[in-house]
Design a protein around this ligand. Sequence first.
Ligand SMILES: *[C@@H]1O[C@H](CO)[C@@H](O)[C@H](O)[C@H]1NC(C)=O
Ligand SMILES: *[C@@H]1O[C@H](CO)[C@@H](O)[C@H](O)[C@H]1NC(C)=O
Ligand SMILES: *[C@@H]1O[C@H](CO)[C@@H](O)[C@H](O)[C@H]1NC(C)=O
Ligand SMILES: *[C@@H]1O[C@H](CO)[C@@H](O)[C@H](O)[C@H]1NC(C)=O
Ligand SMILES: *[C@@H]1O[C@H](CO)[C@@H](O)[C@H](O)[C@H]1NC(C)=O
Ligand SMILES: *[C@@H]1O[C@H](CO)[C@@H](O)[C@H](O)[C@H]1NC(C)=O
Ligand SMILES: *[C@@H]1O[C@H](CO)[C@@H](O)[C@H](O)[C@H]1NC(C)=O
Ligand SMILES: *[C@@H]1O[C@H](CO)[C@@H](O)[C@H](O)[C@H]1NC(C)=O
Ligand SMILES: *[C@@H]1O[C@H](CO)[C@@H](O)[C@H](O)[C@H]1NC(C)=O
Ligand SMILES: *[C@@H]1O[C@H](CO)[C@@H](O)[C@H](O)[C@H]1NC(C)=O
Ligand SMILES: *[C@@H]1O[C@H](CO)[C@@H](O)[C@H](O)[C@H]1NC(C)=O
Ligand SMILES: *[C@@H]1O[C@H](CO)[C@@H](O)[C@H](O)[C@H]1NC(C)=O
Length: 798
Amino acid sequence: MIIHSAIALSVALFASTSAAQDPAQFVNPLIGAKNGGHVFSGATLPWGSVKAGADSASSDDMGGYVSDGSPIYGLSSMHDDGTGGGPSLGNFPLLPLTSTECAGDDLTKCAVDRTQRALDHGDPTASPGYFGIPLNNGVNAEVTVTQHTALYRFTYQAGTTQQHLLLEPTGDLGQSFQGIGHVTISANTATNATRITGSGTFIPSFGLNNYQIYFCADTSAPFVQGTYYNNLQYTTLNQTTFDTSITASPAVVLMSFSPGTTNTLAVRMGISWTSTAKACAYAEAEVPDLSAFDTLQTAARAKWNQVLGAIEIDATGVSNDSQVLFWSSLYRTYISPTNITGDNPLWNSTEPYYDSFYCLWDTFRVIHPLYAITAPTAQAEMIRALIDVYRNTGWLPDCRMSLDKGFTQGGSNADCVLADSFVKGITAGIDWQTGFEAMLKDAHEEGDWQVQGRGGIESRATYGYVPVGDYADDPPSGASHDRTASRLLEYAYNDFAIALVAQGLNSTLNATHFFNTSKDWFNLWNFNASNTGYSGFIQPRNADGSWYLGPADTGGVFRPDHCSPAYPGDCFLGGGGEFYEASSWEYSWFVPHDMASLVQAMGGADVFSTRLDTFFSARFHDMGDEPGFLPTYLYNYVGQPAKTVDRVDTVLAQYYNTSLNGLPGNDDSGAMGAYAVWSQLGFFPVGGQDTYLLSRPYFPNITIRNDATGAVATIIASGLSDQNKYIQSATLDGQPYTKNWLSHQFFSQGGTLTLVMGSSSGSTWGTSEEDLPMSLSTKGFGCDNCTSPTGDAWAYDQ
Ligand SMILES: *[C@@H]1O[C@H](CO)[C@@H](O)[C@H](O)[C@H]1NC(C)=O
Ligand SMILES: *[C@@H]1O[C@H](CO)[C@@H](O)[C@H](O)[C@H]1NC(C)=O
Ligand SMILES: *[C@@H]1O[C@H](CO)[C@@H](O)[C@H](O)[C@H]1NC(C)=O
Ligand SMILES: *[C@@H]1O[C@H](CO)[C@@H](O)[C@H](O)[C@H]1NC(C)=O
Ligand SMILES: *[C@@H]1O[C@H](CO)[C@@H](O)[C@H](O)[C@H]1NC(C)=O
Ligand SMILES: *[C@@H]1O[C@H](CO)[C@@H](O)[C@H](O)[C@H]1NC(C)=O
Ligand SMILES: *[C@@H]1O[C@H](CO)[C@@H](O)[C@H](O)[C@H]1NC(C)=O
Ligand SMILES: *[C@@H]1O[C@H](CO)[C@@H](O)[C@H](O)[C@H]1NC(C)=O
Ligand SMILES: *[C@@H]1O[C@H](CO)[C@@H](O)[C@H](O)[C@H]1NC(C)=O
Ligand SMILES: *[C@@H]1O[C@H](CO)[C@@H](O)[C@H](O)[C@H]1NC(C)=O
Ligand SMILES: *[C@@H]1O[C@H](CO)[C@@H](O)[C@H](O)[C@H]1NC(C)=O
Ligand SMILES: *[C@@H]1O[C@H](CO)[C@@H](O)[C@H](O)[C@H]1NC(C)=O
C-alpha cells in the first residue's frame, strides 16, 4: 500500500482535507528513523538551536533515536539531522529511573553505565515540536522546545514514591568527552527547585578540533536525595551548593523527587554555546513556567505551521500518504542549519550566525535553493553567516558543525550556495562584494583544503585538470589527495558559479576568466573509455597525460561503474578513490553549466537519452546519495520532458515512502527528503544557477509565497490525474510558455503557471531547441562569448 499510494493521485478518500491551517498534521518526523536515514526525529523549532529527543543504544544513532528495537539510554537536547559522519552531539542525556533500576531507592545502586541503564520502550509519538516515548520502566518521557530550551515532562506511574532522575554532564552520542567539564548542583527548598548547570568539551562528528557547550537544568521540585557519581565514587548531595570540575567520564548526577500531587517531573534544559549564564537566561526567558508544557508544544507547532505554510497545496484528489510524504519531507528541510545568532562564542559580530551547515556538498543542490523560494529571509541570514565565517576564519566553509570546521567532500561548494542566492536576487543585508572576495579566494588560494577551499589549484592551472596523486600541497593540508576526478568536475562548476557572480557585479575580466576555466571538466573526458555500449566517460588522468586505470580492486582496468550500486567500492572520504561517493557513470553527467556540450560529447541527443535509460536500468544510478538527484531530470536537456516525468515517477515510487525506512539514504540535513519535495512540486533546481527543470506537479494547485517580496507563485495543473501526468501545453500569466524550465523571476515576482495535463507522452511541449534549459555553449547565462570546450567544433560527432 505504501509505495504506490504514496504518490497516487486517485485515492480521493480525504478530498476535503485542507492542509492550509495545520500542515503539521501531515508531518511524521519518524520517517527515516531506520534503514540509515539517520533523521533527527525529536522536537525542535525551524532552524532551532535545541533539538531534543531520545538516544538509542544503536550503531546507527547519528540522529539519536533509531527505530531498530534498541533500548534508550537517555534523552538529550542537541542533535543534527541525517548525518552520514559520526553520531553528532547528543549532549547531556537525562533518564528517568525507578526503584527497579536503582535496586530500591538507593541512588548508589542505580545503573549508570549507558549499556546497563538503557531501557526498552514502546513506539514513540512525534510531531513538529513534540517527541514522546513510553519507557518500559513505566515512565512516559516527553519533550517540547523553544529556540534554546527543551522542556521535558516525565510521567511516572501512579503510586511511585520516589521519582529518580539521571543526568550525565559528560554524555554525548559519540562518547567524545575530552576531560574538561564542570557541574554545579544547587537545591533550594524555598523555591522548590533544583538547578544543575555545567559544561563539557566534546569533539565534532565530522570535523576538526573540539567544542564546548553549556547547560542549565531546572527541575520542577527540589530533590529529596541526590548523589554525584564520578571516578567510581559517590558524593552525597544536600542543600549546600555542590560545585566541581570534571576530568573523567562518566560523571552522573542522580536525584530523587517526591511526586507531590502529580506524577510528573518537569525538567527545563537551557543550552548555550557561550556560557552557563546564557543557558540559564535563555531557559528563564523562553520557558518561565515549567508546567506550561502543552502551551509550549502548541506554540512550537504554530511556528512550524508558519514556516511550512509558505507553500499551500490543494489536496483535492491527493492521498493522505502523498501529503504525508510531502509535508514530512518539507519539514525536515527546515531542521538545519541552526540559527544561533547571538550565541556564537567564536567572534563578536552583528551579523547572523548559523551552525550545522552539514554539509554544503549535500545542501547546495536542494536545500538552499528551496529556501530561495520558500524562505528567502532566512536564506539571506545564512548567506550573511557564511560570509561572516569567511571574515572571521579567512575561508568559506564546505561543512561546519559544532562551531568547528567540517571536512570538505569535493569542491568549494559554498560558491554554489552564494551564487544561487546571488542570481536569484537575494540581497537583504548581504555584502556581496565580500562574498565575491571569499569565492575568489577559494579559486586562487590553497589553504588547508581538508576543511576549506580547494586542493590542486596549482596543478589544475598547469595541467588543466587535477592529476591523480596530486601531491603539490602548499601549505600542507591534512586532506587525502584523492577524489581528483570528482573534485575537478566540482571545481569547474564552482568556477562557473564564481563567473555568474562576477558577471552580476560587472567584474567582466573575472567573469571571462571563470567561464573559461569552467570548461576544463572536458580535460578528463576520455572518448575512448567505454562501458555497456556507451563511450566517453570522465576518467582520472595522470600528470603525464595518460589515463589512470583505477584502483587495484578494479583489476587494472578502468571501470566507470565502480562505486555504483551495480559494482560497489570504497569511495568514501579517506577511501582513496578518484570519484567521491559515486561512480564515473554518475559523475559523467555532472556538467550542469554546459549540458549542451555534454550531449555532444556523448554523441548527440538520442545517445544521451538512451544512455540515461541504461544508467538507471543497469543500476549505475545511486539514489541514496546526492549526486544521484540531478540525473533524473536530465532528459529535459534533450527536449524529452515526458521521460523526465516517467523517471521521477519511478524514482519516487521506488525510493520514497512514508514508512520509517522510507528514505533511500542519509537525510543529510534534509537533502534526501528535499528531492521528494521538489519532485512533488513538479520542478527541480539546478543548484548554483537560475534554472528549475520542469517535470510535473503531484498536486492540482500549488501556491508558494515569497516572504521577502510577498509575491505569490501559483502552479495549476489542470486535468491532473494518475494518467494525465504529462504537460501538453502551458501558459505563464496567460502567455504561452513552452520552455521546459523556469527561472526564479516566477518566484520572486509571482505569477501563475498553468499546465494543461494529458495522458500523451508525445506532446511537443518543451521539446524544441529553444525550449531547452540554458547551457554556456549555447549562449545561455548571458554569456554571448562562451563556447564549448572544443570551441564548438564537435568533429567526433557522428
Ligand atoms: C553537604 O555536603 C557537603 C559536600 O559533600 C558537605 O561539605 C556539607 O557538610 C554537607 N552539609 C550538610 C548540612 O550535610
Ligand atoms: C513546593 O512543592 C510542594 C509539593 O509540590 C508544595 O506543597 C509547596 O507548596 C511548594 N512550595 C513552593 C514554595 O512552591
Ligand atoms: C494521515 O497521516 C497522518 C500521519 O501518518 C496521520 O496522523 C493521519 O491520521 C492521517 N489522516 C488520515 C485522515 O488518515
Ligand atoms: C566579545 O566582546 C566582549 C565584550 O567586549 C569580550 O569580553 C569578549 O571577549 C569578546 N569575544 C570574542 C570572542 O572576541
Ligand atoms: C535567527 O535568530 C535571530 C536572533 O534570535 C533572530 O533575530 C532571527 O529572526 C532568526 N532568524 C530566523 C530566520 O528565524
Ligand atoms: C553593473 O552594470 C549595470 C549596467 O551598467 C548596472 O545597471 C548595475 O547596477 C551594475 N551592477 C553593479 C553591482 O555595479
Ligand atoms: C577580480 O575581482 C577582484 C575583486 O573585485 C579584483 O580585485 C580583480 O582585479 C578582478 N580580476 C580581474 C582579472 O578583473
Ligand atoms: C565578450 O567579448 C567582448 C569582445 O571581446 C568583450 O568586450 C566582453 O567583455 C566579453 N564578455 C564576456 C562576458 O566575456
Ligand atoms: C582559457 O583557458 C585556457 C586554458 O586554461 C587558456 O589557455 C586560455 O588562454 C583561456 N582563455 C581566456 C580567454 O582566458
Ligand atoms: C583513442 O584511441 C585511439 C586509438 O587507439 C587513439 O588514436 C586516440 O588518440 C585515443 N583518444 C583519446 C582521447 O585517448
Ligand atoms: C520504502 O523505501 C525504502 C527506501 O527506499 C525501501 O527500502 C523500502 O522497501 C520501502 N518500503 C516499502 C514498504 O515500500
Ligand atoms: C489555486 O490556489 C490559490 C490559492 O489557494 C487560489 O487563490 C486559486 O483560486 C486556486 N486556483 C484554482 C484554479 O484552483
